[in-house]
Structures are given as structure tokens and as C-alpha cells.
Unconditional design. Structure first.
Length: 371
């Protein structure tokens, strides 16, 4: 099978290997186990791979570089408009060569792929929509267009669209899916934590506005001010790192908050095994991996009511749903600390998350490709 991946993710090349964002590549390597030849159409980043990047594992892989598409400034918009015909030309050629077309959405390259795939109704196709599929959410026009086109079974033929969460009134080609990080062999016994002393919080994610790491810090700080003994460990990199560091220094929070940057899975696992709560007050999510990974080790998730998060938390049976207002979030968390059975919540969080392992993920992918 000639398997085509169309993605907006930036890739790096080093020592004859192709790298990209580790969680994405880790997932794609599972797909690639079942195909003989791979072509990837995506932008190239000239910098070297970082700690959070991983290489593809396939012996017959071809990288087809395309320019990035970006409309964040006038100069980038003009450049992107000139690039789009080149990208479309490359996508059409790649789709002709492929036996199976796999789209990574939402994203600008994925959007162009959504349009091109209409011209290939007889090709077998899958799309992984890694964003928020909630039909009632307020999203950019480009995201709404991709969702509409992927769901339109008149225009989009022979396509299985993998989305996060269970949503009513969907077209027949929409399939609920998930993302996994850990194997069955990495399951641990439930650890009964002590919630009467210091409470350890973790934030795992990109330090960008959409994830709202500063809000997480302010919530934990407010919990400390309310009399709770707390500690927050922040994992991730991003454009807000300097702002967060300045806020910590200005408010003398060095003993409360530690910025760890990007760390390996093993390092993060060590912290999760000791953490009490994972906090992620994001504005939008697809599948909140940081939350589900923490739940795998019995960490109670605290998150905003976005995307499929309420479903993942079973409407607060295995986690805490908070508002983005600090006072209300703190009031809710304190109420949970005082009134809920935290051991039961932790156990249910772990039990649910440990169903969604890489082994199950691998088997579900195999069914999609082999069936």
C-alpha cells in the first residue's frame, strides 16, 4: 500500500531521518507499521530536531516538501497566496500516486488536502481531525469549512473521519476515536494518595495563549492564598515562557511554581506518579492528551468545559470542570477538596484512561487499514 500523509506539521531532517512533533509521529508510526510505502506532504523546518521531536520509523519513506501557509501578517499572506498553487499541484500528484490518503486536520495544508481529495472519490481515505469537533463551538471559518467538507458524504467519498468525543447527529463517515501515549505494559496499580498535606499540581502543554498557562498559575496561587498548601510543576515550551517567568519572579512564587520546559516522557511520568491534580484551563482542545496521560496514573484532572473534556471527565465523576474566572475556579476546587471522595475520583480517572492504551490504539488503526 502506498500511504500518503498530508499535514501542516513542520518537519526536520537530520542524518537521513525525518523528524516532527513527537506525539504526532509516535501515532503515525503505528499507522506506518501496516503500509509498504509512505509519502509525506508537509512543510520543512530548517532547524535541528528538539527534545519534543521524534523520527519516523519506516524504511521506504519519501518527504515531499511544501511551503507553509500562514495568514498572520500581510507579508506571510502574500507569500501564502503565491504558494497555494504550488501546494495544490503537489497534492494532486501525491494523491494520484497514493492508495490511501490520510489527512491531518485542522490546518491550512489539511484544508487544501480536503479540497483536493474531492477529486479522488475512489481512493480510500482517512482524516484525523485533531481539533474540537463540537458542532456548537465557536471556531474559525477555515475550521468550520474543513468540518463541513469532511462530513459532506456527497462531496467526500470513501472517507472515514476520526474525531474526538461522541457527538449527536453526525454523518455516517464520522467515527469517534482517541489518542494514546502508554502501553498496556505501562499500567500501574492505583496509588492511594494523601490529600491532607501538600497538593501537587502539574500543567503539561505548550506555553501559548490557547492553553492559558498563566491562568493555571494564578489559580494555584489563589489556592495558596486561600490556605491550601500547594505546588505547581509546569512542563512545556512556548512564546509565553518569559512572561510566565517574569510573573513568577514579580510575585515571588519561586517556591510555588517551577518551569521545567520540555521534558522526556519518563521524567513527566515520574512527576505524574506523585501528582494529585493536573490542571489545564485551555480555551479549546481536541483530545486533551495532557489530561488523559495524567489520569492514566490516577491524577485527578481539572479542566475547562471545552470540546470532549466533559465526556472524558464523565461530567465530573472522574475530574473537575472549572470556569475561566479565577475566583469561581478556586471556589469550585476548594468545594471538591472538602466535599468529594477524591480517592474514588482518582481511581475512576485511572480506570477510564487505562482502557485507551497504545495497544488498543494500534488495533483500531490496523482495522482501519486492513479492513
Amino acid at each position: 500500500m502506498k500511504f500518503l500523509i498530508i499535514s501542516h506539521a513542520f518537519h526536520q531532517q537530520q542524518n537521513g531521518k525525518l523528524f516532527s512533533y513527537a506525539p504526532y509521529v509516535r501515532e503515525m508510526n503505528l499507522w506506518l507499521k501496516y503500509v509498504k510505502e509512505v509519502e509525506i506532504v508537509a512543510p520543512l523546518d530548517l532547524k535541528s530536531p528538539g527534545k519534543i521531536d521524534l523520527d519516523y520509523k519506516h524504511e521506504n519513506l519519501h518527504f515531499n516538501r511544501v511551503p507553509p501557509v500562514n495568514f498572520m501578517s500581510l507579508s506571510k499572506t502574500i507569500s501564502s497566496l503565491f504558494s497555494i498553487p504550488i501546494i495544490l499541484f503537489k497534492l494532486i500528484g501525491a494523491c494520484r500516486r497514493a492508495d490511501h490518503i490520510h489527512l491531518r486536520c485542522p490546518g491550512n495544508i489539511g484544508l487544501l488536502g480536503c479540497v483536493v481529495q474531492v477529486c479522488f472519490p475512489n481512493k480510500t481515505k482517512t482524516a484525523k481531525y485533531a481539533g474540537n469537533w463540537d458542532p456548537n463551538s465557536n471556531q474559525p471559518l477555515s475550521y468550520r469549512f474543513q468540518k463541513w467538507l469532511l462530513s459532506n458524504t456527497f462531496l467526500t467519498k470513501n472517507m472515514t473521519v476520526l474525531v474526538y468525543g461522541n457527538w449527536p447527529n453526525q454523518s455516517e463517515n464520522i467515527k469517534s476515536f482517541f489518542t494514546a501515549t502508554f502501553k498496556n505494559s505501562e499500567k500501574t496499580e492505583w496509588n492511594k494518595r494523601d490529600y491532607s498535606n501538600q497538593l501537587n499540581f502539574v500543567f503539561i502543554g505548550s506555553l501559548v495563549n490557547g492553553k492559558r498557562p498563566l491562568l493555571a498559575i494564578k489559580i494555584v496561587h489563589a489556592l495558596q492564598s486561600s490556605g491550601q498548601t500547594v505546588k505547581l510543576d509546569v512542563f512545556g515550551e512556548g512564546i509565553l515562557k518569559e512572561e510566565l517567568a517574569a510573573f513568577i519572579t514579580e510575585n515571588k512564587l519561586e517556591s510555588l511554581v517551577t518551569l521545567h520546559g520540555n521534558q522526556s516522557t519518563e521524567v513527566i511520568k515520574n512527576y505524574l506518579e506523585k501528582a494529585h491534580f493536573s490542571i489545564l484551563p485551555s480555551q479549546s482542545e481536541g483530545w486533551p492528551k495532557a489530561i488523559t496521560e495524567a489520569m492514566f496514573f490516577g491524577v485527578i484532572p481539572i479542566a475547562t468545559r471545552v470540546s470532549c473534556v466533559p465526556w472524558i471527565l464523565d461530567h465530573e465523576n472522574r475530574g473537575v470542570l472549572i470556569d475561566s474566572k479565577i475566583e469561581e475556579a478556586v471556589e469550585k476546587i476548594v468545594a471538591v477538596l472538602n466535599e468529594r471522595n477524591l480517592h474514588k475520583m482518582s481511581k475512576e480517572a485511572q480506570g477510564w484512561s487505562q482502557v485507551y492504551t497504545l495497544d488498543k490504539f494500534d488495533e483500531d488503526i490496523r482495522k482501519l487499514l486492513i479492513s
